[in-house]
Design a protein around this ligand. Structure first.
Ligand code: OAD
Length: 234
């Protein structure tokens, strides 16, 4: 087996569950009491902007009540100490990875603490509530929306992510159900390019069969153990 130098890590809602942020596909299939198509599609934003903006305002406000957990902190430690290439790709729109200290990080599904202009495409930091009709500082149009990648929209920085996966010796997936593409397909790309693959998840995911190794348990326990082991070998 080749020595591990380049690592790509994909995280999903499970990595933030122990911080108190609800996952998407829990019992009942509702996401914080809403059907995903009512709050996470361009059609929903067009049909009921008040509902969609309020939904993300509530999620943004909740960030003030939660803290990074042991899994976020371990990944930040790995980022700081790993001398090879490393990229952490998160599907999460919370800010817990960066608050833990991760730097080599891509939010492929957007960020709660960012606003996007639906007209000019400019985006920037946004901390407060974001009512429909908020004005873009760049183009002046009243078209700011939550900077969330809705279903049917293209995730961010895909070229960079694909490039990193194609160079990876190890691809690791943490706390994701493997239900949403393109992220769910990253493991197949990684295997195609010869990477070793590891999954850490509480339950079997839809993609478990693609991984060379699957570890079952809470991210707050599994991830620090894995990071300790990896850094000890390095
Ligand atoms: P899901 O809610 O689909 O899956 C979360 C996964 O985390 C499940 O497989 C759980 O078993 C696992 N899990 C729960 N608690 C855990 C813990 N403490 N430790 C480890 N694993 C745990 O969330 P995602 O896979 O992230 O997209 O969902 C993918 C995308 O679907 C999201 O980014 C979002 C959603 O629609 C957008 O908003 C665009």
């Amino acid at each position: 087996m080749t020595a591990i130098r380049n690592i790509v890590i994909l995280t999903g809602a499970g990595v933030s569950a122990e911080s108190g942020i609800a996952t998407f596909r829990g019992p009942g299939g509702l996401w914080e009491g809403h059907r995903v198509e009512d709050v996470c599609t361009p059609q929903a934003l067009h049909r009921d902007p008040e509902l969609v903006h309020r939904f993300y305002d509530e999620r943004r406000a909740k960030l003030g009540e939660v803290e990074p957990n042991a899994a976020h902190r371990a990944l930040a430690r790995l980022d700081a100490e790993w001398t090879g290439e490393l990229l952490l790709v998160t599907q999460n729109v919370d800010d817990l990875h960066e608050r833990a200290g991760s730097k080599r990080l891509i939010h492929m599904h957007g960020e709660l603490k960012s606003a996007l202009c639906a007209r000019c495409g400019d985006s920037g930091a946004w901390e407060e509530s974001l009512p429909p009709g908020s004005v873009c500082g760049n183009c002046g149009a009243a078209t700011l929306r939550p900077d969330i990648v809705f279903f049917g929209e293209m995730p961010y920085r895909m070229e960079e992510i694909e490039r990193a996966i194609s160079r990876a010796d190890l691809f690791v997936s943490i706390g994701t159900s493997g239900a949403v593409y393109p992220a769910a397909g990253f493991v197949q790309t990684a295997r195609y390019h010869g990477a070793d693959t590891l999954e850490m998840n509480l339950d079997p995911s839809e993609g478990s069969g693609w991984f060379a190794e699957s570890r079952r348990g809470p991210a707050g326990v599994l991830v620090p153990e894995w990071v300790d082991g990896l850094l000890a070998q390095a």
